[in-house]
Design a protein around this ligand. Sequence first.
Ligand SMILES: NC(=O)C1=CN([C@@H]2O[C@H](COP(=O)(O)OP(=O)(O)OC[C@H]3O[C@@H](n4cnc5c(N)ncnc54)[C@H](O)[C@@H]3O)[C@@H](O)[C@H]2O)[C@@H](O)CC1
Ligand SMILES: [K+]
Length: 508
Amino acid sequence: MKLWSPTQILEWDLITCRTEGITSIELMYRAASKWVQSFTKYYPKRFSVLVVVGPGNNGGDGLVIASLLYELGYTVKIYAVHPSVTKSDDALFYYHELVEKSKIEICYFPQSPQDVFMTLSSPSVVVDALFGIGLSRNIRGAYQEVVEWMNRIVEPIVSVDVPSGLSLRNFKKQSGSIVQATHTFTFEVPKVDFFFPENAPLIGELCTIPIGLTENGLDGETPICEYITISWITSHLIAPKRYSHKGTYGHAMIIAGSEGMMGASILACKGALSGGCGLITTHIPNSYETLIHQSVPELLVSSDESNQCFSSLPKMDGIKAIGIGPGLGQSAITQEALYLLMRKYHYPMVLDADALNILSDNPDWLIEIPGNSILTPHLKEFDRLFGTSFDTWERIEKAKRIAIFYRINILIKGKNSIIVDRYGSWSINSSGNSVLSKGGSGDVLTGLITSLIARGYRAEVALRLGVWIHGKAGDVFAAQGDNVSLNISTLPTYIGRVWELLQNSSSK
Ligand SMILES: NC(=O)C1=CN([C@@H]2O[C@H](COP(=O)(O)OP(=O)(O)OC[C@H]3O[C@@H](n4cnc5c(N)ncnc54)[C@H](O)[C@@H]3O)[C@@H](O)[C@H]2O)[C@@H](O)CC1
Ligand SMILES: [K+]
């Protein structure tokens, strides 16, 4: 799914009106009607409703929503913050047509919103229609007071399109008050900022409401980014070859594990096996050869000269991708070996965990990373590598510059992982949940992505596939009714289920 900027969405509204021969007033009514359909599923008629409206079309939606709920038999009041209700022509139309002609009570700032709210019977809910995608500066004054009041109450708040005050990068530094919504019912497509970790407490439960904007209306426009869902994944899968042997699907290498951390090596190798490449060699400290043979008999094993850690380069003939880092340790000898490996190997590498820690300590080694490799830091590792950022937008801009400069791909891991590729394009992953926030989960991911590259996927595609599949495996686990107890060594089994699911949806 493509994600668009506020300006593009407004353009899309206009295109829809032109294509369908309708007015923006009609589109507003359609949007508000669809919104009300979703709202009533969560909040039945026993809820009384205070609709807080702002000066633009978001407030206009609020006026139509109030009137539709009133017609459905809800107890509704409107609280307007702008002295003349609205500055928007469309909203004004509905104010005269619907609100004035009904018996809906409308109250104004500076009357206290709390006093108005208290006159409603319990249970009650606030509909936040102060600002949507048209916010152009931080919220101050009366609007700020009302937002702060909303954030103090215990009753649910349902935001129309956007939690009011959230900037959507319409202006750079966000510092005003923002509504902390219980639900955000957003129109047509989610907005990019909804997926950033700093905004998670503001969005609440997200529900996207299709309002019938013209399909392909923004064809030819460049979206801000791609939101990776199953349809993107299925359209990028390479069909398995009919006549194949183990050499057909590539040879990957995993360099992971050191004394006391060999579990990381086993998990990364199991992750690689679940990615389906033909052969996997793991390079490990000498003394653990038997352990690895017994734990994962499918692997080829290359023994390091050291008994404790990675210290010497393996043979790399025919290896199409190397995953390195989980449980690797950071001893001086390992650091040196990583440096030599990066200089000598010319195919993509997936650098994770201790490999990233080593790079943080030696930033001038970044230049040695083979082109089209992948770094997989989580947020803190990213900041350690490249310095802290004010917000996710700044972090993404930084990642883009670095990715283009070093010709590498960067995965910033989190609830909605962000993928920035070497061309400067970026995506947000849609799958995954908290069952994956456990030690070892990233090791499996490193193996999986490495394996996909070895199979022949371009690194930037393998990265997106791997991240989505890994997240989806967590979702498949949680869908069984348990969102706690995933044992990470069983994660590859759920990755297998995701492949099954993908095969079924591709053949439909
Ligand atoms: N354009 C359309 O056809 C549709 C628009 N829709 C709704 O319209 C919204 C966008 O409407 P608008 O573009 O009017 O934008 P908003 O309603 O988000 O706000 C814009 C208004 O607020 C003022 N404003 C901006 N920031 C302010 C601040 N910090 N303090 C005080 N005033 C501020 C602006 O001067 C303008 O009057 C969407 O979010 C959606 O809710 C929907 O009805 C769907 C159809
Ligand atoms: K809003």
